[in-house]
Design a protein around this ligand. Structure first.
Ligand code: HEC
Length: 104
């Protein structure tokens, strides 16, 4: 009986983790840090090439993050950031919150 309860709790716990998805920090690390840098400062090889802004110094709105992820970012008619596929609305919110938290 006790064993059944433990298995049940473990299954519930696993299910709740996947329901919440990855954290904003994880999404940032997996999808954004290679260009924007782990700290958002854009001091990566790619960031230097693309003249990246420093998002540890400059605030971004949730709308700007959502738009950048959905539509990508163009500068002078050239795509500098491609749309990032595979993120849910909740993922976008989480990563936007993480990006805001990078500002010192
Ligand atoms: C291929 C490199 C690359 C990746 C990967 C990337 N970005 Fe960008 N991003 C850029 C460049 C280049 C710009 C434009 C220059 C700038 O604003 O610093 C930009 C701009 C932005 C902007 C500003 C848009 C605006 O309105 O000014 C936001 C917000 C942003 N990125 C968020 C993200 C998030 C969140 C991720 C991950 C889900 C991500 N980026 C992944 C290269 C990238």
């Amino acid at each position: 009986m006790k064993k059944v309860l433990i298995v049940g709790v473990a299954a519930w716990f696993a299910a709740s983790i996947s329901a919440f998805g990855a954290s904003g920090a994880d999404i940032w690390k997996a999808n954004c840090a290679k260009c924007h840098g782990a700290d958002g400062a854009g001091k990566t090889a790619m960031g230097k090439k693309l003249k990246m802004k420093d998002y540890s110094a400059e605030a971004v709105s949730e709308e700007a993050v959502a738009k950048a992820i959905k539509d990508g970012v163009k500068e002078g008619g050239k795509v500098v950031m491609k749309p990032i596929a595979g993120l849910s609305d909740d993922d976008v919110k989480a990563v936007a919150a993480h990006m805001k938290s990078l500002k010192k």
